[in-house]
Ligand binder design. Structure first.
Ligand code: AMP
Ligand code: MG
Length: 394
């Protein structure tokens, strides 16, 4: 049985980032850049005033001095004004600084009478001036390949006059929930039945990753039906995520169905709890296809998604960073694991502390829903309260 790290390495080694398309700037939100972008416009692009006031030479403006207002420079077209010695020029926020001016005094700090002003506050050289390139220089890296486009990065690219950029394509995903006991919402529950919760949970996790083309399907515990469902998904989807049916019970048909389609699992069973029966297979021809089989218990589905599927999807989406999120936290209660596999314990992470929370069995979805982080506890280990641990927020 592979360890968690070996299984993830194996999966990631098979995944190659998806193709590239050019998208409009705002459309690219949440995508991953396919190329580096360098600044060709400095920020600010020219010396300009930070306030509404008067441009002057600090040396001409001791406290109490009176200066004539020679001209006016609003924001917009640069009038290329030259400040005469001993004068001031009316200026507004964002307007280009006249030649020879070395400071701007705020309008609140002068008394204006007719065409002259009296200085009521001391002025030092450079005051209230935004210098060219003081925020960003030309040639600086704005975006690295594989970086995720956030709203602030989109704003930054807009300052460069960029209208579109190359980003990685999003894979299409099919979510296949298996099980005779599962029914969709809106139907009354018969004895022995339960509502399909993995399908919606997986679809929601995929959507929160930024994926858009997500189809959800259900399949009965029947070999032929399973083969048919997988065959049709394999023909149309880039990624298939299966929940349930990956164990060795008489009603678990995923492995034989995949085998019948020439998709023999290259990875099956990982040394973790919950989530041991995790399965992975990929195919390169006629086009790349990635299949993840997650155990049906809701917490097992969730944990294996976080540990293996999410990093793989991020890599497929072109993300440079697909590492598991990890932060240090102080454990608030002693925990132990008397099992033979590392246990991913669920808990709450807040203010630098991690507190185990909720029922810890693999079916306990309510317990999971109250949590926001996983702690890996090694087999046979006891970790004392107060220990600094690394947890994985989700
Ligand atoms: P399986 O992995 O198919 O053996 O399923 C393990 C457990 O998970 C069983 O109790 C199933 O009823 C439950 N289960 C499987 N699929 C789902 C699902 N989509 N939603 C909720 N529970 C499920
Ligand atoms: Mg089942």
């Amino acid at each position: 049985m592979l360890t968690e790290a070996e299984a993830r390495e194996h999966v990631l080694s098979r995944v190659t980032p998806g193709g590239v398309e050019t998208l409009g700037l705002v459309e690219s939100l949440g995508r991953h850049a396919a190329a580096q972008v360098l600044a060709h416009v400095a920020l600010p692009g020219f010396d300009n005033s930070q306030v509404d006031g008067y441009a002057l030479r600090a040396a001409d403006a001791p406290l109490g001095a009176s200066l004539d207002v020679a001209d006016e420079q609003p924001a917009g077209a640069d009038r290329h004004l030259i400040l005469p010695a001993g004068n001031a020029i009316r200026i507004f926020t964002g307007a280009p600084l006249p030649t020879n001016a070395d400071a701007v005094i705020m309008q609140e700090d002068v008394t204006r009478t007719g065409d002259s002003i009296v200085i009521n506050d001391s002025v030092s050289p450079g005051e209230h001036i935004r210098r060219t390139g003081s925020d960003l220089c030309r040639g600086q890296v704005l975006i690295r390949p594989g970086e995720r486009l956030t709203a602030t990065l989109i704003g930054l690219l807009a300052t460069q006059g960029i209208a579109s950029l190359p980003v990685h394509r999003l894979p299409s995903v099919g979510v296949l929930s298996t099980g005779d006991e599962l029914i969709p919402p809106g139907q009354p529950l018969e004895p022995g039945q339960l509502y399909n919760s993995n399908g919606p949970m997986l679809a929601a996790m995929l959507a929160s990753l930024g994926l858009r083309d997500i189809q959800t399907h259900h399949c009965r515990d029947d070999l032929d039906a399973t083969i048919q469902a997988l065959d049709s998904l394999a023909g149309t989807r880039d990624v298939i995520i299966i929940s349930g049916g990956v164990s060795v019970g008489d009603h678990d048909h995923i492995k034989p169905a995949l085998q019948a389609l020439g998709l023999s699992p290259e990875l099956w069973r990982v040394k973790i709890k919950p989530g041991k029966p995790f399965l992975f297979v990929h195919r390169e021809q006629p086009r790349p296809l990635y299949v993840f089989g997650l155990p049906g218990n809701p917490v097992s589905s969730f944990v294996t998604y976080q540990l293996f599927v999410r990093p793989a999807l991020l890599k497929l989406m072109g993300a440079a960073d697909h590492a598991l999120p990890a932060v240090e936290a102080e454990l608030t209660a002693t925990v132990d694991n008397d099992g033979s596999r590392p246990h991913f314990m669920r808990g709450r992470y807040a203010d630098g502390r991690f507190s185990p929370a909720g029922a810890q069995q693999s079916h306990a979805l309510y317990g999971l829903s109250q949590c926001n982080a996983l702690l890996r506890v090694e087999a046979g280990a006891t970790i004392a309260a107060g220990t600094k641990v690394v947890v994985h927020p989700f």
